[in-house]
Design a protein around this ligand. Structure first.
Ligand SMILES: [Zn+2]
Length: 402
């Protein structure tokens, strides 16, 4: 089947069309008959994003979200691959439990989903998972949502993950620290010591304090194999903006100074990856008073508009750098070969409308959950079209089939 895409912009190229044949990009010129054609209204075409931090909630928390609806929401947001965190029921801490997750993913997911296995049994931080056996199914390990505070256990986990050639994604948060800022950067400091000792590949989730970035900078100067991600919300929202449970997440929103440090870490290239920490919750849970509402907000559909509007539109972060941070860099770090628009490659494309500004609405959210602090926010850079192979995974009403 031949699919033609026209009236588009590809950063760094002068052509304005793409021809896809049997799911593969075959030409930047469209001539001759095609089976389907779409005009993209001048939208900017980029490779689909790779989100290395997502909570899909299934199995175990279907009342919050399902794999089907979450991945529909991802496709709408321009995310074509997502890494699923292991705070599920059952926790994927054994091959049997991980299979309970991957069987559902294979059945329901609209995009490619890669599972994180739990680093410790039940994410309890007491005993390591069967890392060697799990490594037949995934090389990515995390206890995200909680931090492994037992440093002896963590060191042992690092050694075993290194031995299987894996990577650990860490939610750094030390229990018992004086405040939530110290909880983050003290854990980062302790964990970096162990990374230095063991040589494991290590990735810090959602860093959000000035001190964390200073520690990361030092670690990179020492040559440690470490990366980090920042989230769209920590790049744009601060603690003074908190209104209700939909502004509650972990790490919590920080001071304007920390937000500035987070932006600077991304803009300078110190941190190369943006991940959403997409975390759906039910409407009832998020309607509770702030103190008792659960942590986490939606992120899939607002990744591009939030970052584009706050950084790219103002010229602080180029579109190329934005694309690198959401696609090429995370793909490379987590071992996936994707993220290029070139002849002979499978089509995995999204298209951003970077000219119109509009408000994000609760009604448009493709997922089941609605817990986003960005509802009502006027932004630009929304994804309008997602194509993987020959499948149109998302098409906004503004994109017409010719
Ligand atoms: Zn986390």
């Amino acid at each position: 089947m031949k699919i033609a895409l026209g009236d588009l912009v590809i950063p760094g190229r002068k052509e304005t069309s793409l021809l896809i044949e049997d799911g593969v990009i075959v030409s930047f010129d469209v001539s001759g008959a095609v089976d389907r054609a779409y005009g993209l209204n001048g939208a900017t075409v980029l490779p689909g994003a790779v989100d290395v931090h997502a909570h899909l909630r299934e199995p175990g928390y279907e009342y919050k979200e399902t794999i089907l609806r979450a991945t529909e929401s991802a496709a709408k947001g321009g995310i074509t691959r997502a890494f699923a965190m292991p705070n599920l029921i059952p926790v994927p801490d054994s091959v049997k439990n991980l299979k309970a997750e991957t069987e559902r993913t294979e059945r329901d997911a609209k995009i490619a989903v890669y599972p994180f296995a739990a680093l410790t049994k039940g994410e309890r931080g007491e005993e390591l998972s069967d890392i060697e056996e799990l490594s037949r199914m995934t090389l990515c390990f995390s206890d995200d949502g909680v931090c492994v505070n037992d440093l002896k256990l963590l060191e042992e986990g690092m050694k075993r993950v290194k031995a299987v050639g894996g990577i650990i994604a860490s939610h750094a948060e030390r229990r018992g620290a004086k405040d939530t800022r110290r909880a983050e950067f003290e854990a980062v400091e302790e964990e970096l010591e162990l990374v230095k000792k063991t040589g494991v590949r290590y990735h810090f989730c959602h860093l959000s304090t000035k001190e964390s970035f200073e520690l990361l900078k030092k670690a990179l100067a020492e040559g440690l194999d470490v990366t980090a991600e920042v989230t769209p919300h920590h790049l744009t929202l601060n603690s003074m903006m908190i209104r209700d449970g939909n502004w509650k997440m972990n790490p919590p929103l920080r001071s304007p100074e920390d937000v500035e440090a987070t932006r600077e870490a991304l803009i300078s290239g110190l941190v190369g990856i943006i991940a959403t920490d997409h975390a759906p919750h039910s409407i009832e849970e998020k309607a509770r008073p702030y103190e008792s509402a659960p942590n986490g907000i939606l992120g899939f559909e607002t990744l591009f508009p939030v970052v584009y509007t706050s950084l790219t539109a103002g010229g602080k972060l180029s579109l190329e750098a934005l694309s690198e941070a959401v696609t090429a860099a995370p793909a490379k770090r987590f071992g996936i070969d994707c993220g290029k628009i070139e002849i002979g490659r499978k089509a995995e494309l999204i298209a951003l409308n970077v000219t119109d500004y509009r408000a994000y609405t609760a009604e448009e959210i493709a997922g089941k959950a609605k817990n986003s602090p960005y509802i009502g926010k006027v932004m630009t850079g929304f994804n309008v079209f997602t194509l993987v192979g020959e499948k149109v995974l998302y098409r906004s009403s503004e994109i017409k089939e010719a």
